[in-house]
Design a protein around this ligand. Structure first.
Ligand SMILES: [Zn+2]
Length: 151
């Protein structure tokens, strides 16, 4: 794995994300939301290379073999990268900055996105420990994950 950046670089710019699309396998998503009903984060592990994916795909992206071993990963992890949104998608200033992060959950090799709350954005840095925040009443939806908080 690449070495973590030693410092946080500030890049001010505007990115239009509306043209991007992501493909998510429904099966891996179902596994994730079914686990959420019990407060668990579930993914799949490749028995050949031990890569753990969340959400778990039906085949390993590296080995191209079917994978069906379900594993539970931690709700804690570390920030890999983040962006501070000062304006909405139309450029209107936000009352409060929104911190969008991508974190690698402990026990997983995937990156999971979310909104980080409970910290001043000036104090956020790559490599920082965070924890997934879940709703009190879990219903088995992605919305059960409300975002991240500092760990
Ligand atoms: Zn593999």
């Amino acid at each position: 794995m690449a070495e973590q950046a030693k410092e946080t670089r500030v890049v001010s710019d505007v990115w239009d994300l509306t043209t991007y699309s992501w493909r998510v396998e429904a099966d891996g998503l179902k596994l994730l939301v079914d686990g959420l009903k019990e407060g668990k984060i579930l993914g799949r592990k490749c028995s050949r290379c031990n890569t753990v994916y969340v959400p778990g795909p039906c085949y390993c992206r590296k080995c191209f073999v079917d994978i069906d071993e379900v594993v539970e990963v931690e709700k804690t992890g570390r920030i890999v990268t983040f962006a501070v949104n000062l304006a909405d998608i139309r450029g209107n200033p936000l009352d409060e900055p929104v911190i969008s992060i991508v974190a690698k959950l402990d026990g997983s090799d995937s990156l999971y996105p979310g909104i980080l709350e409970g910290i001043d954005w000036h104090e956020v840095e790559a490599g920082m420990a965070v924890k997934l925040a879940l709703r009190e009443e879990l219903t088995g939806q992605l919305a059960d994950i409300t975002g991240y908080v500092p760990a």
